[in-house]
Design a protein around this ligand. Structure first.
Ligand code: TMP
Length: 209
């Protein structure tokens, strides 16, 4: 794969194994000699990590969905300005654990029916889309058990329950159907090495030149 500015995001519900898969993908790309910047949302830059703590800790009802959209978008703008855009400009591959699709699904569909607001704010403040989005898909109950078992102290969204996780799954699948060129659905059940192979196959196919 050519090491020229590529933007890859991994998406999916809590506990679907995104973070592990992001790490395995980054290791594999680096082993091929690519410059890879590994990052995550909310967070990825100093200011965005500060905003992250406001978002993922505390009571599920701490913020309204509207306020959440503003906070996630503020964090994303800082992340984009300070980390993602400079890395892409110098030709690096950026692998991010979540990006704008998470806001589309969590705040735009699962938490509330606010997709129009999410899209407007995105086109005003972010504009950037990944070149490739890998949507990790699995049964919501398995993902929820895995997510809560981590006891990360960042369970505000996991605490919204199984019905919420099911809405997330439906939302991510709908998004994949709506933009099949950019978004690839990856079966995330099974051994992590097997999932990693599926992820890498999707990346190779997308960037095959
Ligand atoms: P993480 O657990 O994948 O690090 O993400 C933190 C939580 O934030 C997770 O439950 C998903 C949620 N989230 C949103 O609700 N909207 C967003 O735009 C992003 C990036 C994350």
């Amino acid at each position: 794969m050519a090491a020229s500015g590529r933007f890859i995001s991994l998406e999916g519900m809590d506990g679907c194994g995104k973070s592990t898969q992001a790490r395995l993908l980054v290791e594999r790309l680096r082993a091929q000699g690519c410059e890879v910047v590994q990052t995550r949302e909310p967070g990825g830059s100093e200011g965005a990590e500060d905003i992250r703590r406001l978002l993922v800790e505390g009571d599920p009802g701490r913020w309204s969905p509207e306020t959440e959209i503003l906070l996630f978008t503020a964090a994303r703008r800082d992340h984009l300005e300070r980390l993602i855009a400079p890395a892409l400009a110098r030709g690096a591959i950026v692998v991010t654990d979540r990006f704008a699709d998470s806001t589309r699904v969590y705040q735009g569909a699962a938490r509330a029916d606010l997709r129009g607001v999410v899209d407007q704010l995105h086109s005003l403040m972010i504009k950037q889309e990944p070149d490739l989005t890998l949507v990790l898909d699995m049964e919501p109950d398995a993902a929820l058990i895995r997510g809560l078992a981590r006891k990360s102290g960042e369970d505000r969204f996991e605490d919204m329950g199984l019905g919420f996780q099911q809405r997330l799954r439906d939302g991510f699948r709908a998004l994949t159907r709506a933009d099949p060129k950019r978004c690839k659905l990856i079966a995330a059940e099974g051994a992590e090495e097997a999932v990693a192979e599926r992820v890498f196959a999707a990346v190779s196919e997308a960037f095959h030149e």
